[in-house]
Ligand binder design. Structure first.
Ligand SMILES: [Zn+2]
Length: 423
């Protein structure tokens, strides 16, 4: 289920719904000095957890890179921890799955069912179930989130939140992914607390808040090599800015719980997945030019991961999760006029994750930290996107909320009350 362009004439239509009840009773009583993780003084240190979201991480592409030694940081996480595939929701797309990761509820329950919901670009005012950042904040856990998809407009947390994919701004169309800079954001706040925005612009610069929009077929026509190269260069700039942003936040505003995300991998895979001439949608003018482009995105991600891991000690939990994978188009879709077009239906895509045969492409999951099994490979697709939030709450000693449909992934822990997976 891809998003649709519902017309360019529509201005931003983010409703002025009074923010959901969960959004924030929580800051009552939290002193400003405590917002950034200082000034808390409880006897027992709280676990430190870093979640890194990678949009559309595809193990079929990653595995050869690991074997070639091109992803040393991820290889290190695999060696020190547990990993496997992560079952996802049906017809997965980014806002739909991220909102399930946040709430451990079904898309029809949390309300963010796609890029466009009821004719309006997905936004946090639509979220009908309580997200994990709110639960953690209420429990006085400090929370930091940056570039996480489907977090625009940002909501107050006991820490900071900088929005990611689906942030609206200059030159954005309804339901279409775009890459506004921080100063170009429109229709809502991209940074909480508001003071942090000026600080980031001063110290990190006016960074792009999401990955670059894919070029249209029209832009590509007869200029394929130049357009592809320029696009990939811009993606490199965005990734470098994100690396700098994450490094700044982890240095200057450490929080108990941190969630950072990357979205350029999926975006690149949709139109530059290294397919063969026999694959559906193959166009040599585009697909024969940079067959290294998509694998290179993961090599780039590994660099970002390395920069984050500098802030990780052996007491820190690290979770790397993706909302879904991505695979080349399938033969039956050659007859579907929309199958080769992306979210805005203008870009020729050659890979996707919401197949008409119902084969939902799973995401992936990597975890390491105190008490997490080393060298365990999860088999059988038992772990799902519903399980991330309950598992994180468990680390903080918080019971999952009753509406949550996932479970604590007890099999990844060394001491898990006998419910231990086979090694
Ligand atoms: Zn995608």
């Amino acid at each position: 289920m891809t998003a649709q362009n519902h017309g360019r004439s529509n201005p931003l239509r983010i409703p002025k719904v009074p923010h959901a009840i969960f959004a924030l009773v929580l800051l009552v009583g939290v002193a400003p000095s405590a917002l950034f993780g200082q000034g808390q003084s409880t006897a027992k240190p709280r676990p430190r957890v870093i979640v890194i979201g990678v949009n559309g991480m595809e193990m079929d592409v990653i595995r050869p890179l690991i074997l070639q030694g091109k992803m040393p940081n991820l290889a290190g996480v695999i060696k020190k921890g547990t990993y496997g595939k992560l079952r996802t929701v049906s017809a997965p797309n980014c806002p739909r799955v991220y909102s399930t990761l946040f709430t451990s509820t079904r898309p029809e329950e949390h309300g963010v069912s796609g890029f466009v919901v009821g004719g309006i670009t997905a936004n946090t005012n639509m979220l009908k179930e309580e997200p994990i950042w709110s639960m953690l904040s209420k429990n006085k856990i400090t929370v930091g989130m940056a570039n996480v998809p489907a977090t625009f407009p940002v909501l107050p947390v006991n820490g900071y939140m900088i929005s990611g994919m689906l942030t609206r701004g200059k030159n954005c169309e309804d339901g279409v992914l775009c890459a506004p800079k921080l100063s170009e954001v429109q229709g809502g706040e991209a940074v909480y607390p508001p003071d942090l925005k000026a600080e980031l612009i001063k110290n990190v610069g006016d960074f792009y808040i999401d990955c670059e929009r894919m070029p249209s077929a029209e832009q590509l026509k007869d200029h394929e090599p130049e357009v592809i190269d320029a696009w990939l260069k811009k993606v490199d700039v965005i990734r470098a800015q994100q690396t700098q942003l994450f490094d700044y936040l982890l240095n200057m505003h450490p929080t108990d719980f941190t969630w950072l995300a990357q979205s350029c991998e999926d975006r690149t895979g949709h139109w530059l997945y290294p397919i063969a001439p026999y694959n559906a949608g193959y166009n040599p003018k585009i697909n024969a030019i940079r067959t290294d482009a998509f694998p290179n995105e993961y090599v780039g991600f590994d660099g970002v991961l390395g920069s984050i891991l500098k802030h990780v000690d052996d007491k820190t939990y690290v979770f790397i999760v993706s909302d879904h994978g991505i695979k080349p188009l399938r033969e039956f879709e050659q007859t579907d006029p929309h199958a080769h077009m992306d979210h805005e239906k203008t870009t020729p895509v050659i890979a996707k994750h919401d197949f008409a045969d119902g084969d939902d492409v799973p995401g992936s999951f990597f975890a390491m930290g105190p008490g997490i099994k080393q060298g365990l490979r999860l088999m059988g697709l038992d772990a799902s996107v519903y399980d991330l939030a309950p598992t994180i709450l468990h680390l903080y000693g918080i019971d999952p909320a009753k509406q949550m449909r996932g479970r604590v992934l007890s099999e990844i822990f060394e001491n898990s009350d006998g419910k231990v997976a086979q090694k």
